[in-house]
Design a protein around this ligand. Structure first.
Ligand SMILES: [Zn+2]
Length: 394
C-alpha cells in the first residue's frame, strides 16, 4: 500500500489508505493507526471487531477547498465485560461530523474581523453553528490564559458598556500590559462579589486609578496592603478643567475663542514661537491672566515629575502643600475646589511622583474594547463581550 504523510493534514493517530481530489473538494480515506480499541467501561484492550462502518467527517479547508475524512470506524467487543463499543478518534468528538481542527479554523476566522454571517456563508455552514463554535473556542482559550493570581501592579478604570447595563470596570495587569478581567458595573455593590472571590490579594502592591472615591474605598477594603497611586492623565485633566473654569470667570470672551482654548491647553514646550508670541499678547489684554497661566504651567510641571528619588520627596511634599495653600488663597471657586481634591488625594498624588506607572495601558485597552464592540455592532450579553475582550486583550 502506498504511504501518505499523515502530518500533512495535522491529525496524528491515523493512516491514510487512499485519497481523492476534484475541483470541489478533497477526500482522504483513513483508518486508525492502532489495531485495538480500549473499552470505556473496564479500560481493557480488545482486538475483537464486532462490526464496521464508515464515518464522513469534515476537516479543515485546503486552499479554499473543503476536505473530508472518510473514516473506517470499528466497533469492538470487550472480552472481559462483554460490552460493545465504537472506537474513538483523535481530534473528533463522538457523534460529531466536524473535526476539532475545522471548528478551530472557523472560529479563528470569525475572530479575525469577519462577521459570523460571512464566515458561515464561506464555509457553507449555519450561522448559529459558527457562533456556537466561536464561544466554545473562546472559552477554551480564555480558561487557559486566566489566572487567579492577582497582578503585582493593578490598573482599575471604568468604561461604558451599553445603555441598558451601564458601565463596566476594567482591571489591568500593568506590569504585563494585559487585561486581567472585565466586570459589569462600577458601584461598590456590583464589584464586591468579584473582589471578594479573588485569591492571593496580598500579591498586589500598587493600584493605579483615577480620582474616584468608589474605587478608592473598594481597593482599601479588599487590598489593604496595596498602595494607591493616582493616574497622571486624570490629575492633569482635572487641573486643566479647573483652570479653564477660572479663565472663564476672568475673561468669558477669550475662553470662548477656540484658537486660544487650544493654545491654553497645550504644554508651553509644544507651542511654536509665533504661537507663544500670539498667546503672550492675548494674556497682556486682561489683568490676572498671565499669573493664572503661569501658575497652571507651574503645577503642570510639578505633576509631570516621575520616579523622584526618596530623599528628594521631602522637598516635593513641601512644594505640594505650598501649591494647595496658593490655590486656596486665590479665592476662585474652581481653584479652591481643586485644592480640596488635592488635599483629599494628597498621598496618592505624591506617590504618583515616586512611581512611573500610569493607567495609559488601561485607556489603550478601552480603545480596543470599543473597536471590538463596533465590529460586533454592540453586545447585549455581557458574558459574550467579556469573552471577546479577554480573548483579544488578555
Ligand atoms: Zn470492557
Amino acid at each position: 500500500m502506498k504511504k501518505y504523510n499523515v502530518n500533512l493534514f495535522n491529525l496524528p493517530g491515523y493512516v491514510v489508505t487512499s485519497n481523492f481530489a476534484c475541483e470541489g473538494f478533497l477526500q482522504f480515506n483513513v483508518k486508525s493507526a492502532t489495531s485495538f480499541g480500549t473499552c470505556p467501561k473496564c479500560s481493557k484492550k480488545s482486538r475483537v471487531v464486532y462490526e464496521t462502518k464508515t464515518r464522513k467527517v469534515r476537516h479543515t479547508n485546503w486552499h479554499d477547498r473543503p476536505s473530508f475524512l472518510i473514516i473506517n470506524s470499528r466497533r469492538f467487543k470487550c472480552k472481559h465485560c462483554k460490552s460493545r463499543f465504537w472506537e474513538r478518534f483523535n481530534g473528533i468528538l463522538p457523534y460529531n461530523r466536524h473535526s476539532q481542527n475545522f471548528k478551530k479554523q472557523v472560529a479563528f476566522e470569525a475572530f479575525n474581523g469577519h462577521d459570523n454571517k460571512k464566515v458561515a456563508c464561506n464555509y457553507q455552514i449555519g450561522q448559529p453553528t459558527v457562533s456556537r463554535w466561536v464561544i466554545a473556542y473562546a472559552k477554551l482559550e480564555v480558561n487557559e490564559r486566566l489566572s487567579n493570581l492577582c497582578p503585582r501592579v493593578l490598573g482599575i478604570d471604568e468604561h461604558f458598556f451599553t445603555r441598558q447595563h451601564g458601565y463596566a470596570t476594567t482591571i489591568c495587569d500593568l506590569a504585563r500590559r494585559k487585561v486581567f478581567d472585565v466586570v459589569l458595573g462600577r458601584s461598590e455593590l456590583s464589584l464586591a462579589g468579584y473582589f471578594s472571590s479573588l485569591q492571593n490579594k496580598d500579591r498586589t502592591k500598587i493600584v493605579v486609578m483615577d480620582l474616584s472615591t468608589t474605587y478608592k474605598s473598594i481597593i482599601t477594603k479588599y487590598f489593604p496592603k496595596a498602595l494607591i497611586v493616582a493616574d497622571r492623565f486624570h490629575v492633569v485633566r482635572l487641573l486643566n478643567h479647573r483652570f479653564l473654569e477660572t479663565w472663564k470667570i476672568l475673561d468669558p470672551q477669550g475662553r470662548a475663542n477656540r484658537g486660544l482654548l487650544s493654545l491654553f491647553r497645550r504644554k508651553v514646550s509644544n507651542l511654536k514661537p509665533e504661537q507663544r508670541l500670539k498667546f503672550r499678547r492675548y494674556l497682556m489684554t486682561k489683568p490676572g491672566l498671565q499669573a493664572l497661566y503661569d501658575f497652571k504651567n507651574e503645577i503642570h510641571h510639578f505633576l509631570l515629575k516621575r520616579a523622584v528619588d526618596r530623599r528628594k520627596m521631602k522637598q516635593e511634599i513641601k512644594r505640594f502643600n505650598q501649591i494647595i495653600y496658593q490655590l486656596k488663597e486665590s479665592r476662585f471657586a474652581p481653584l479652591v475646589s481643586l485644592a480640596n481634591t488635592f488635599e483629599d488625594w494628597q498621598l496618592e498624588i505624591l506617590r504618583m511622583l515616586r512611581f512611573s506607572r500610569t493607567n495609559s495601558t488601561t485607556e489603550g485597552f478601552h480603545n480596543k474594547m470599543e473597536r471590538i464592540s463596533r465590529i460586533a455592532y454592540g453586545f447585549r450579553n455581557f458574558k459574550n463581550y467579556r469573552l471577546r475582550v479577554l480573548m483579544q486583550c488578555a
